[in-house]
Design a protein around this ligand. Structure first.
Ligand code: CAA
Length: 274
């Protein structure tokens, strides 16, 4: 594994990190743009993804995450594990081999990578993964980090990490368990088997499965429907729903009351302003 150089991502470096960001009005599209490598990702890609989250315009309400070409993402760039590694990034594997990377450094590096995935849950935005072809390892975790997943019927999801001697560590285990339960999550991870689009729908890993040619249109329709709901109500509702699994019914009922009081107060203030 290679560690990104200190100093972060400068403006204009996204493409070199394998990412493209385009913003149209309230909608941002983050594309993985290494189709010749099936959108394999490096540490630099995840840093760049974190940078996108940190610098996203406040006017953006919806973020679509997609991959260019035939695959959403083939996961980590396997060169990260090979001698020579990935050009332009310091090899963490080499440091570990030399004994110069300690636990605290590893923890900090992985935490930095995870930042690229964590922001996709933010309550002020709704994130949609548009998945065609393979979503493997880190690619599957990226799709899982989004609020909603629209799959083309050729999508193939696979949590490959255990088969490579690793664990899934890019924040994908929590949504996987939340969606399919711990036993199914274990079966999927510990066999590292591939889940088809049809099975993904059954397992609630996809909100929608469409023909490949319809993927972009289906995502556009979903985005239009999401935009039709007032932003503040959507944010408050997302926060309420995301918190629900960790609360008792009593606590959730109280959270609903607080959120509704906030909405009613805001609406009354708006009405008073005319
Ligand atoms: N890393 C580096 N290169 C990759 C890559 C990857 N993850 N995936 C594909 N490529 C490269 C291939 O080596 C090939 O390069 P060449 O043209 O130079 O030969 C090119 O991309 C096209 O790939 P294929 O010819 O294999 O394309 P395909 O459509 O037949 O198959 C695929 C696509 C099923 C994704 C296959 O490429 C594959 O299995 N890739 C490896 C997937 C993998 O094991 N990823 C790691 C997941 S674990 C993870 O992500 C761990 C983590 O976060 C810690």
């Amino acid at each position: 594994m290679r560690m990104a150089e200190p100093g972060g991502i400068a403006e204009g470096d996204l493409e070199a990190a394998g990412l493209r960001l385009s913003v149209t009005g309230e909608v941002a599209t983050v594309s993985l743009v290494r189709p010749e490598r099936r959108n394999a990702m490096t540490g630099r890609t995840w840093e760049a993804l974190a940078h996108v989250g940190q610098t996203l315009s406040e006017s953006v309400r919806i973020v679509v995450v997609k991959g260019e070409g035939s695959s959403f993402s083939s996961g980590i760039d396997l060169n990260m594990f090979r001698p020579g590694g990935v050009e332009g990034e310091t090899s963490l594997m080499d440091r570990i081999a030399r004994g110069s990377a300690d636990d605290a450094e590893l923890d900090a590096v992985i935490a930095g990578y995870q930042e690229g995935f964590r922001w996709l849950r933010r309550p002020d935005i709704v994130t949609v993964a548009a998945v065609r072809g393979h979503a493997i390892g880190a690619g599957f975790q990226l799709a899982l980090s989004c609020d909603l997943r629209v799959l083309a019927d050729d999508a193939q999801l696979c949590m490959k990490e255990p088969a490579l001697g690793l664990v899934p560590d890019l924040t994908g285990t929590k949504p996987l368990v939340d969606l399919v339960g711990p036993n199914r999550a274990m079966e999927l991870c510990l066999t590292a088997r591939t889940v088809s689009a049809a099975e993904a729908r059954e397992l609630r890993l996809a909100e929608l499965v469409v023909e490949g040619a319809e993927l972009d249109a289906a995502v556009d329709d979903l985005v239009a429907a999401l935009l039709a709901v007032p932003r503040e109500a959507a944010s408050a509702t997302k926060e309420l729903l995301r918190g629900a699994p960790g609360r008792t019914l009593e606590e959730q009922a109280a959270a609903e009351r607080r959120a509704q009081a906030g909405r009613l107060t805001a609406m009354a203030a708006q009405a008073a302003r005319g």
